[in-house]
Design a protein. Structure first.
Lengths: 131, 374
């Protein structure tokens, strides 16, 4: 696919729903049918109850910025002119934690929301402040 | 159960080696000699933490073959920075079973050469980040530990001055270690003013990337000069940072602490000297808290009042650690053995009864701990 996002080239049948969702501007994660718990990355088995029936559904995309750090270096040549890049650990209201770009940068502790347009524009999973 | 022999190659000895395997072989032979052993028949178990720069599918078998060993058991150990301590625990298990009598634990790598450092940083980054969901953002390992440092600061556990003191303390100890790669004076101001790498972490908050080669021998024999393995602890909580318990990133280290104290019957207050894996200053800060070494008084009190520097109340990483001496967690074990044997020369501590030694792999993911006794 010509417009593959970085990382998508590594996708598997299991993660296709996530990437398709991202292209549609939605954050689509995996959920266990038995215990209703969410998990990310997608797996064959629920990490909480070991249930094997799993489905994909959009999350609201709101969460807490648990930690933030301005990253000044990267081993990726294609990202060097975008340094320093604010990175953050986002704990979604649904539970899963994601590593994401934070734009505009805010301090940890802030409420953040998935930023679909900025994600597609920057081609990197991006969250921004949620007011 | 004892560590009966240790060897850390001097930088000039490693400089003569063109492959990590050569350095690994010299280190193993050195450790065996230190244990009073000689010849290939002396070692019947082998655990290798493989090179990153030139990995081998069966690194332990390769090293055994290179040295003419015919061990009953040989394997690589893959627990990242926890590998050396974890390998000693595994070795003790083999000896306890009677499966082997003398097990060598070996780690050698040539990471310090021109061009090697950047390639090691890239390779480490791609190993610890999920290829689809983390790696595309281009984090280094420092970026991920920078996030943990930010978390610790926001929780009130530490500030930039505490991180800086950990770096300064390591450098002050390194000044007394002739093998240390960085021995020039380092001040708090130097650490705080250095270029930032990620979040609160600057250049001096990150460990060195050097050549290294080290080995220890684990045996049940009461050989002279050996130090006793008093007990062990361990915990694996996740691998990638997005899988950490975001509500309690210290949980894994605290579990390892609980294990090592329970198995030895000792408490944090009994620890005379601590060898804490120091990939970054924040790695030490988090462990000082998780292992209870601050005695509940907080990091500021421990670092700025009791002190971890030479002359301080709780000496930490008396060789200079990964921050100032050399790459690789075996150096922590070896320094602990030197101190307990009374062979630490200009930095020898007095009245030592026990030393805590830890290893940390991944992004504060994999913890291994032992307490060694004189």
């Amino acid at each position: 696919m010509a417009d593959e996002l970085p990382g998508e080239e590594q996708s598997t049948a299991l993660s296709r729903a996530y990437w398709r969702g991202l292209h549609d501007g939605r954050l689509v994660l995996q959920r266990c049918v038995a215990c209703r718990g969410w998990q990310h990355y997608p797996r064959r088995i629920c990490r909480v109850c070991w249930g094997s029936e799993l489905e994909f559904a959009p999350v609201v995309g709101h969460g807490e910025l648990v930690a933030a750090a301005l990253s000044h270096r990267t081993p990726k040549p294609q990202l060097r002119d975008r340094m320093p890049m604010p990175l953050g650990l986002v704990r979604l209201d649904e539970g899963p934690v994601l590593l994401a770009r934070i734009e505009p940068a805010v301090d940890s502790g802030a409420s953040v929301a998935f930023a679909p347009e900025e994600t597609l524009r920057s081609r990197l999973l991006t969250f921004g402040p949620h007011y | 159960m004892r560590i009966t022999g240790v060897c850390e190659l001097a930088p000039e000895q490693i400089a003569g080696c063109e492959e990590p395997l050569e350095a690994a072989a010299l280190a193993l032979v050195g450790a065996a000699r230190d244990a009073g052993l000689s010849g290939p028949a002396a070692i019947d178990g082998l655990l290798v933490y493989d090179s990153i720069t030139l990995p081998h599918l069966m690194a332990a078998s390769k090293l055994a073959e290179y040295l003419g060993l015919r061990p009953a058991y040989a394997s690589t150990v893959g627990a990242g920075g926890a590998s050396p301590v974890f390998a000693v625990i595994l070795a003790a298990g083999l000896v306890s079973l009677g499966a082997a009598q003398r097990v060598a634990v070996v780690h050698a790598d040539l990471r310090g050469g021109a061009g090697q450092r950047q390639s090691v940083i890239s390779r480490m980054a791609s190993i610890v980040g999920h290829p689809q969901f983390e790696d595309p953002l281009g984090p280094t390992v420092a970026s991920l530990y920078g996030l943990l440092a930010d978390w610790l600061i926001r929780e009130g556990g530490a500030g930039p001055k505490e991180f800086a003191e950990i770096a300064v303390s390591a450098r002050m100890w390194a000044a007394h270690n002739q093998f240390a790669h960085r021995r020039d004076p380092l001040t708090e101001r130097d650490v705080l003013d250095a270029p930032r790498i990620a979040g609160p972490l600057g250049r001096h908050d990150c460990c060195l990337i050097t050549d290294m080669a080290a080995a220890v021998i684990v045996s049940g024999e009461p050989a002279g000069g050996g130090v006793r393995l008093l007990g062990t602890g361990g915990a694996v909580t996740h691998e990638e940072i997005s899988q950490i318990d975001a509500a309690d990133p210290l949980a894994g280290a605290r579990a390892a602490a609980k294990g090592v104290y329970a198995s030895t019957g000792l408490t944090a207050g009994d620890v005379d000297v601590a060898y804490l894996y120091d990939s970054f200053t924040v790695t030490v800060a988090m462990q000082l808290l998780a292992y209870g070494l601050d005695r509940g008084a907080g990091l500021a009190e421990l670092l700025h009042v009791r002190g971890t520097r030479p002359g301080g109340g709780l000496p930490v990483n008396t060789h200079g650690g990964l921050l100032s001496a050399v790459t690789g967690g075996l150096s922590h074990l070896i320094e602990a053995v030197r101190q307990l044997r009374g062979q630490a020369e200009g930095r020898q501590l007095e009245g030592l009864e026990c030393a805590l030694v830890t290893g940390v792999g991944g992004v504060f993911s994999h913890h291994a701990a032992v307490i060694l006794g004189a």
